[in-house]
Design a protein around this ligand. Sequence first.
Ligand code: MG
Length: 217
Amino acid sequence: MDCPIDASLIARTKGFLDPEEGQTLFEIARTASRLGPCLEIGSYCGKSSLYLGAGCRENDAILFSIDHHRGNEEQQPGEAYCDPDLVDARSGRIDTFAFFRETLDQADLEDTVVPIVSRSGTAARQWATPLGLVFIDGGHTFPAAFSDYNAWSGHLMPGGYLLIHDIFFDPAEGGQAPRHIYELACRSGLFNDLGIVRTLAVLQRRTVTMLPADLPT
Ligand code: MG
């Protein structure tokens, strides 16, 4: 099933997401949200939330979407991915929250997507709800990506999906922090690797954890 969100809304929503990756987010959210609520780290202006939210809406489920809305390290004024439209005139700082709200409103997703305006680590401190899907697309430094993986992947239910954006195997094409946590997840023995769609890694939490073969019984 194609994502039912209006193509022109997707096209005009700021963000860094390939349509094929978006369609994958939609399809997996549609499956995962039958298990439980879904959660993304890195809302930005809501482009990925359109796809994930549309998938959740099919099951009358909820997408939690976390972002401090101050832009990541690469989006600050003067940095490579800074968009001057997103600089708030009063504060002089990046503020993507108004754009995010407008995206949800235009897609009629306000009863599906719950924005959490917070640093991911702060939101994680008291989190206790098991999740059907975690999409990691927040800060792209090694400490940021690792702390997102560390804080959130453990909340996945058995059979839940872990999605990681911006996987580049050639360092010339992009930062290596998302790839690093993807490889940590693969090596953990906790996930099945379902493949990579462009730069989007898809893993599924195993329902039966495999023990290393050389552990004593
Ligand atoms: Mg990304």
